[in-house]
Design a protein around this ligand. Sequence first.
Ligand code: SAH
Length: 395
Amino acid sequence: MEQKTLRLKRGKEESLDRFHPWVFSGALAEPLPAGLEEGETVSVVTHDGRHVGVGHFQIGSIAVRILDFADVKIDGEFFRNRLMQALRLRQALGLARPDNDAYRLVHGEGDFLPGLVVDIYGPTAVLQAHSPGMHFARRIIADEIAALPGLGVRNVYYKSETTLPYKAHLDARNDYLVGAFETSVATENSLRFNIDWLKGQKTGFFLDQRDNRSLLQHYSRGRRVLNMFCYTGGFSVYALRGDATLVHSVDSSEKAITLTDANVKLNYPGTDRHKSFAEDAFKFLDNMERDAYDLVVLDPPAFAKHRSALRNALRGYQRLNAKAMEKIAPGGILFTFSCSQAVSREQFRLAVFSAAAQSRRRIRILHQLTQPADHPVNIYHPEGEYLKGLVLYVE
Ligand code: SAH
């Protein structure tokens, strides 16, 4: 199929000339080429015909996700090169080791592959498409991943049923594109985790909290830890390794509690230091006793999935943090996070500040946290920074 060309309205190339990889639908000159279909690879040119990039077309507010600003062919070789660069970075970061085989290989725009996420769990890669273009390219990408020298992946599972725009009617099916089920256990910093990519959230595990989990381990010795919104129990297992005297994991989902219990058992079979509770976070915090914990983690789901929900989300963060701050033991440490892309670092900090004021405690910021290096932020695409965290000392 002949590659179609989309023309920008006059002056709309400015952000692209600064390497921002999105073309918004309002920037495109009408009419669009006849027969243009969602997910097609297109060329983008300025009003007077200068090439500005090639990318995947999609119906919606982001109309084109730029794959390259040069006029290159988007084929197996293109994906191979991008994947090689992504792997080289992870190798430079020291993430692919025998005692650590769980990491993110591709983080969308952060790896110059907008719309694509690839997480590695030992011999299995979980591939997630967020754009129709990446959905159509999935088989080429899967083959390239399995053939990538030095990666050691034998199985590629495709998991995009819930990440593609439903209006595109792509009817994506979750399934292995290469290989088959081998093992669900992956290793992070020598700790073992059972990863459920078939039914779990995201690709089955929150790899983005790895560094923050290590920091929590460091503060766990002799402390009573509450891991709120525990999901697979990542923070809980690190806290146990850090010699916490007691670890309580809370999640409203029974499924999450089962996952957490299994992961605790995998690393600390028979421990009597851990207990889990399938309960609502707000209820749990309301009912818990004052001074019961000296280390609390609050890692809620994205309260604002869209800008429209921002005000309520900020109120939610404030309410949640205030409850924890009111009850944490003196000298306690609070790890508090927001993974909402729509909430800025400043807004989150302001919500936590308001919570602090409400609790009337003496509170200091010890660390300001973010996502780890295998979730890199393309400097031309600041939207890629989504995870924000604060570690607070509460007296
Ligand atoms: N901290 C986890 C990731 C948290 S994901 C990790 O490091 O892996 C958010 C979790 O919050 C989900 O497991 C979801 O089930 C849970 N959750 C959502 N709403 C909740 C609520 N009101 N109370 C308790 N848990 C909730």
